[in-house]
Design a binder for this molecule. Structure first.
Ligand code: SF4
Length: 335
C-alpha cells in the first residue's frame, strides 16, 4: 500500500468498496448510518442546512449524516443513482470546504472501458494500485460467497425474518465497517439456518424497489399473515452475490445503476427460483424512480402492490389497510 492520508470514505450509494478497503480506509455507506441512527435528527439537520422539505428523505438523511460524522472523503454517485446527487455535492462543497468530494459514474451504456476509467479515477484518488485492490476483492468475495449461501439456505428453510435478511444484505454495502465482525455474523447465521427445518409451505413474498424507509414493513406482512419475505430485490443486488473474476465485471453485473429491463428479468428469475407468489414494490416520495413502478407492475410475473413511503418510521394507517387487503387476496387469510 502506498502513502494514504484518507481515513473515512463515505458514499451516497453502493460503489466499489474494495478500493476503499485496499486504501486502508473505512467505507461508510451514508444510507446505512441514516437508517440505523437517529433518522429524524439527521433530517432536521439537513433541513436546517437548507435542503428543501419536499426532498426525498434519503437525500436529507445523507446530508444530515455527513454533517454529523464529517468523513474525510465523500463519493457521490452522479450517474446511475440519483439525480439529486449533483446538487448534494454543491451543498457538501459549500458547507465543508476542506472535505474531499469526488463524483463516481456508472456509464449508462455499460461500456466496460468507461467503467474501468471510473475505477481507475477512484484508485488514483485513494492512492491504491489495481493489484492491491484485487487482493481485497478476493477477501470480499469470500464474504459475498457466504451471503450467497445464506440466500440459498433462506430459500429452503426460511429461518430468517424479512427484517434480519434485509439488514444482512444491506449492511454488505460497507460490511458494517468491520469485515471480521460481519463475517463472524455470517458464520453464525449459516450454522443456524443449516440446522433449521425445511419450509415448503409458507407463502413467499418479495420486496422490490429502493430500500424501504418504513421500519415495520416486513414485520407487518410476516406477523399478520402466513407469509415470509425471502427476497429483497435492490438489497440483493447491492450484496453482489454473483461470482465475478475482476472488479469491472462485478460492477457491470450490478443492475441498480443501469437500465430497468435487466432488473425486471432478474426479478422474474427470482420469482421462479424462490417460488414467490407476490411482490411489494416500494417507491420513495419525491423520487424519480417512481416513474418505473407502472412498468414493473405490468411486467412482473406475479401480482404487485406498489407502496409509497416518505419519512422514516412505521407504516401509516392508509398504507396498512392497502397491505392488508393485498395480503388477504394473496394468502387467502382474513384478519
Ligand atoms: S430514493 Fe430516489 S430520490 Fe431518494 S436518494 Fe434514492 S434515488 Fe434519490
Amino acid at each position: 500500500m502506498t502513502g494514504v492520508s484518507v481515513k473515512t470514505v463515505a458514499f451516497t450509494t453502493t460503489i466499489p468498496q474494495e478500493i476503499i478497503w485496499a486504501a486502508g480506509a473505512v467505507p461508510v455507506d451514508l444510507n446505512n448510518v441514516f437508517i440505523t441512527g437517529n433518522s429524524a435528527d439527521y433530517i432536521r439537520r439537513a433541513e436546517a442546512l437548507g435542503i428543501p422539505r419536499a426532498t426525498c428523505s434519503w437525500i436529507k438523511g445523507i446530508m444530515g449524516v455527513v454533517d454529523d460524522i464529517r468523513p474525510d472523503t465523500v463519493i457521490a454517485v452522479t450517474e446511475g443513482d440519483c439525480s439529486n446527487n449533483h446538487a448534494l455535492m454543491s451543498q457538501f462543497r459549500y458547507h465543508y470546504p476542506d472535505m474531499s468530494i469526488l463524483g463516481f459514474s456508472y456509464p449508462q451504456d455499460k461500456d466496460p472501458n468507461m467503467l474501468q476509467l471510473q475505477l481507475k479515477k477512484l484508485m488514483d484518488h485513494l492512492h491504491v494500485s489495481p493489484v492491491e485492490v484485487d487482493l481485497f476483492k478476493k477477501k470480499l468475495d469470500e464474504l459475498r460467497h457466504k451471503l450467497r449461501d445464506i440466500d440459498d439456505l433462506q430459500t429452503q428453510h426460511i429461518g430468517l425474518s424479512g427484517k434480519a435478511l434485509q439488514r444482512l444484505l444491506i449492511s454488505s454495502t460497507d460490511f458494517n465497517q468491520n469485515l471480521a465482525t460481519y463475517e463472524s455474523e455470517l458464520d453464525q447465521w449459516i450454522s443456524l439456518l443449516s440446522r433449521s427445518a425445511l419450509d415448503l409451505k409458507t407463502c413467499r413474498i418479495g420486496i422490490s424497489g429502493v430500500p424501504s424507509i418504513l421500519s415495520d414493513l416486513s414485520d407487518l406482512i410476516e406477523t399478520r399473515f402466513p407469509a415470509r419475505i425471502v427476497y429483497f430485490e435492490v438489497e440483493s443486488d447491492f450484496a453482489m452475490m454473483e461470482p465475478s473474476q475482476i472488479l469491472v465485471e462485478q460492477y457491470l453485473q450490478f443492475r441498480y445503476p443501469y437500465e430497468l429491463f435487466a432488473r425486471i428479468a432478474a426479478m422474474n428469475q427470482q420469482i421462479k427460483e424462490k417460488g414467490l407468489v407476490a411482490m411489494v414494490h416500494y417507491v420513495q416520495s419525491f423520487c424519480h424512480r417512481q416513474i418505473e413502478a407502472s412498468i414493473i407492475q405490468k411486467l412482473l410475473d406475479v401480482p404487485v402492490l406498489v407502496l409509497e413511503g416518505d419519512a422514516p418510521g412505521p407504516v401509516d394507517m392508509r398504507t396498512q389497510i392497502r397491505i392488508e387487503q393485498f395480503m388477504e387476496r394473496i394468502t387467502g387469510a382474513t384478519l
